[in-house]
Design a binder for this molecule. Sequence first.
Ligand SMILES: [Zn+2]
Length: 48
Amino acid sequence: MAGKKFWRCTVCGDIHFGMAGPEICPTCKQKNVYIECDAAEAKKVMGL
Ligand SMILES: [Zn+2]
């Protein structure tokens, strides 16, 4: 998973895993709302 990171939408909490956060959140449709988040936080948000 080199280079890939977890990203979290600051509006709805949606988690994305990849090289960069999506420009537009697929869930809440807001632009530029993704921030980098660490794996532990991502798993907690996803309920793992
Ligand atoms: Zn969102």
